[in-house]
Design a protein around this ligand. Structure first.
Ligand code: NAD
Length: 253
């Protein structure tokens, strides 16, 4: 499948690490100009350096996706840097839970919801007018297989990712006739810092994580990036409101 991205502009939140960094690199390798955004400026700039080292074009704009003033300034910065926005990958997310639902704290709930739900909502709220003004585009939000089913000991995270899918589907229908497509990608366990933080304390958990995927391994960041690029591409022109599991078969069980 050929991609038709050359000269267009993509924004990636959570672009300093993991899935976001890999997707920023993948967009750049297809000829897009990429705005890398994150809370973490040092690692965000490192993503930009990696893109430039590979011959691509990118810049870094810091943003805390939980703050509307930051998100508004980010979208203004995108237009200031490259004059347009074609694709947005709303990917910044956190996972900090360690126990069952009744063990959770209010702070934990508020923090997870602020980044994973409010952050995606704020980003879409400020991206949609830009995309509509240009005659369309595509948004991909990072949900999770935890947005498609139960996630024991991650109930708040699961609720947040179900909410991401709700935002995705609702926006997709609202703007379906405006050439604006909105989809979600739903990874299973992917080899990133987030995964390592969750599993480093107990190597048996890493073995369990691999074994729970029918393909016998956890996923790679590049495998999520490929799905995001597909959802942005003309090949997915008839796909909107979809939550695409990229999960080594987990949700097929
Ligand atoms: P990661 O921790 O490696 O990267 C997440 C990035 O988001 C970090 O660079 C972090 O600084 C940034 N971030 C956190 N809070 C932010 C905020 N308020 N504003 C802006 N940036 C912020 O994690 P990852 O594994 O690459 O996760 C990326 C996305 O994928 C998340 O939404 C996560 O929930 C989702 N996901 C991850 C997995 C997995 O197994 N790794 C599985 C399913 C879904």
């Amino acid at each position: 499948m050929s991609m038709t991205f050359s000269g267009q502009v993509a924004l990636v939140t959570g672009g300093a690490a993991g899935i976001g960094r890999a997707t920023a690199l993948a967009f750049a390798s297809e000829g897009l100009k990429v705005v890398v955004s994150d809370l973490d400026a040092a690692n965000g700039e490192a993503t930009v350096e990696a893109i430039r080292a590979a011959g691509g074009e990118a810049c870094f704009l810091r943003c805390d996706v939980t703050r509307e003033a930051d998100v508004k300034a980010l979208m203004e910065g995108v237009i200031g840097a490259y004059g347009r926005l074609d694709y947005a990958f709303n990917n910044a997310g956190i996972e900090i839970e360690k126990g069952k639902l009744a063990d959770g704290g209010e702070d934990e709930f508020d923090a997870i919801m602020a980044v994973n739900v409010k952050g995606v909502w704020l980003c879409m709220k400020h991206q949609i007018p830009l995309l509509l003004a240009q005659g369309g585009g595509a948004i991909v939000n990072t949900a999770s297989v935890a947005g498609l089913g139960a996630a024991p000991k991650m109930s708040i995270y699961a609720a947040s990712k179900h909410a991401v899918i709700g935002l995705t589907k609702s926006a997709a229908i609202e703007y379906a006739k405006k050439k604006l497509r909105v989809n979600a990608v739903c990874p299973a366990v992917i080899d990133t810092d987030m995964f390592r933080r969750a599993y480093e304390a107990d190597p048996r958990k890493a073995e369990y994580a691999a074994a729970m995927h029918p393909v016998g391994r956890i996923g790679l960041v590049e495998e999520i990036a490929a799905a995001v690029l597909y959802l942005c591409s003309d090949g997915a022109a008839f796909t909107t409101g979809h939550a695409l599991a990229v999960d080594g078969g987990v949700t097929a069980i």
